[in-house]
Design a protein around this ligand. Structure first.
Ligand code: UN1
Length: 478
């Protein structure tokens, strides 16, 4: 069994016991074992990062660019192999796994470019003979805590901007999917990332994650995961006055108006609700459908769901892979049980047998629901969607906004006027018109409102807000 260690100060170190990484499509397939660190591992990583800081800050923009470019190229060159590992450990289809790996590569390349675009501002003072420069500097040492559902893209979209802006990094990947993070660490190491600039500490959230959040030597924390954990992290970071960036849940609405083109709306809803097994914080979980199109839409959705093949993600005919683990599957099945009480009808949602023992579940659609039901208020994070019937556009908009979350919001319509209205009035960080709520570009701001996000946006040029601090320098030429 291949053993995988933590990367601390440029050395591969065994930290604590080895834990198995299990394939959710075949529980007998053990991908490897991964050592789990603890608070002492985080101490070691912080010391390593502190010693690396001066050398890293003195790297020229060109040298930093070249490192990130090489990492991006290497990931792209190995996309097939990494995508396969991703599908094996997380369960999304091979096409999605390779797609996500390419996205990670593109993110590294984008931020390689950002190393060369570290511009500031020059402004005249309101006083005579004084010049003002406004520049950005690294924050320091940044702790990154990433989820299992995008095991390479989310680490990439936190690591790449952190390094581009001159910070040192300690990454704690999700316990369920350490494989892709470990490969990313290997590639950073092989491409010449100086010892201590990037550190990988695998392990549990309650030990390693907590140690990162509470460590006085860590200046900022970026986290993607549940709203409950995010709230806890915000509390600790607030008290310690650390910078914090949180990406949490969603209960994303997709509005289908009477004038929608069903050949666009149905595929967008199938994708947004069921692809990646619904395990995306951007998934569409509330399908809010105007009266006149309701029956036709539901009929086509159910027909399309019937054509979705659930199974081994490495089989090219599979559309929907397994749920990530037994615990998530049980939680999804509990929600299907709840839907059987709350909704007027439940289509699908049952546990399925695969070729081997795994955590397969049929896509589920809950019909005849309203927005007050628990199935429409709580994030399920599985292949489940609800239909909420509404009378008109205004009701659709008010139901869409009536949620504690605000990550993405979608609308399918052919009316420019209503699309425009929705874009302006949706209380969400991202709005999609005639597109699935999930599946975003890598080069523009990502983030939400309300309980979905807290702190500055991720990705694109907006990432600078979190990964750097602003300095205003005054000089008198006198
Ligand atoms: C996407 O929809 O392309 O955890 C990305 C998540 C999000 C990423 C979604 N942070 O699902």
């Amino acid at each position: 069994m291949k053993k995988h260690d933590c990367l601390i100060g440029g050395k591969w170190l065994r930290q604590g016991d080895y834990h198995e990484n299990i394939n959710p499509s075949d529980v007998d397939d053990i991908i490897g074992v991964y050592s789990h660190g603890d608070a002492l591992s985080v101490d070691l990583a912080v010391e390593a990062a502190k010693s690396a800081r001066t050398e890293w800050i003195s790297f020229t923009p060109q040298a930093r660019h070249d490192l990130l470019e090489a990492v991006g190229k290497t990931i792209a060159g190995r996309a097939e192999q990494i995508g396969r590992l991703l599908s094996r450990e997380e369960g999304k289809t091979l096409a999605e796994g390779i797609g996500e790996t390419m996205r990670a590569a593109q993110i590294f390349k984008f931020f390689a470019g950002e190393c060369l675009r570290q511009a500031g501002d020059i402004q005249p003072s309101v006083r005579p003979d004084i010049d003002i420069e406004i520049t950005r500097e690294p924050v320091g040492i940044i702790g990154l805590i990433t989820p299992w559902n995008f095991p390479i893209a989310i680490p990439a979209w936190k690591i790449a901007p952190a390094l581009a802006h001159g910070n040192c990094v300690i990454l704690k990947p999700a316990e369920l999917t350490p494989g892709c993070a470990h490969v990313t660490a290997q590639i950073l190491h092989e491409c010449g990332c100086p010892p201590g600039v990037f550190n990988l500490v695998m392990g549990r959230g309650s030990t390693v994650g907590q140690a990162i959040v509470a460590h006085p030597g860590i200046d900022a924390v970026s986290f993607t995961g549940s709203a409950a954990t995010g709230r806890h992290i915000a509390g600790v970071c607030g008290r310690m006055m650390k910078k914090v960036q949180l990406e949490m849940g969603g209960k994303n609405p997709m509005v289908i108006l009477d004038d929608a083109d069903l050949s666009i709306a149905v595929p967008a809803c199938i994708n947004g609700t069921f692809f990646s097994t619904g395990q995306r914080c951007t998934a569409s979980s509330r399908l809010i459908v105007e009266e006149g199109i309701h029956d036709a839409f539901v009929e086509e959705m159910v027909a399309e769901m019937g054509r979705l093949k659930v199974g081994d993600p490495l089989d090219s005919s599979t559309h929907v892979g397994p749920v990530v683990d037994a615990r998530q599957l049980q939680s999804n099945l509990d929600y299907v049980g709840l839907a059987a009480k709350e909704a007027s009808e439940v289509i699908g949602g049952e546990r399925l047998d695969g070729a081997r023992e795994g955590f397969f579940q049929a896509p589920a659609l809950f019909l005849g629901t309203n927005n007050e039901m628990r199935i429409n208020r709580e994030e399920i994070f599985g292949p489940c969607g609800s239909i909420i019937r509404v009378g008109d556009f205004d009701e659709a908009l008010s139901v869409a906004n009536d949620t504690e979350y605000g990550l993405t919001a979608g609308i399918c319509t052919q009316s420019l006027k209503r699309a425009r209205n929705f874009k302006r009035r949706a209380e969400a960080g991202m709005v999609m018109v005639n597109l699935p709520t999930a599946g975003v570009d890598y080069h523009v701001a990502f983030g939400g409102r309300k309980a979905s996000s807290y702190g500055p946006r991720e990705q694109g040029r907006y990432a600078a807000e979190f990964y750097s601090v602003v300095k205003t320098s005054y000089s008198f030429a006198g």
